[in-house]
Design a protein around this ligand. Structure first.
Ligand code: ZN
Length: 81
């Protein structure tokens, strides 16, 4: 079930932010904080997106807040079963 959400999130990040999949990483998303294409996340665990400019920016975002509906489905399905 977590796998469903993971794939959903990866698809949305690719569509919405034009993130590129490179091995186990999704990257090149534009950081909302510094506007550089430095955001990245793990393909297998896309729960947190981080800015690569750790010291200069340090932005960190949770996909649960970006896509609450993706996780809401999970809760509904979880209750249903
Ligand atoms: Zn940044």
């Amino acid at each position: 079930m977590l796998n469903d959400i993971q794939q959903d999130i990866v698809k949305r990040l690719s569509n919405d932010y034009e993130m590129k999949e490179r091995g186990e990483w999704l990257q090149q998303e534009i950081c909302p904080s510094c506007n550089k294409k430095e955001l990245f996340t793990r393909t297998e665990q896309p729960w947190v997106i981080r800015c690569g400019r750790e010291k200069k920016c340090g932005f960190e975002g949770h996909t649960k807040e970006l896509y609450p509906d993706a996780f809401a489905n999970f809760n509904q399905r979880f209750i249903a079963t």
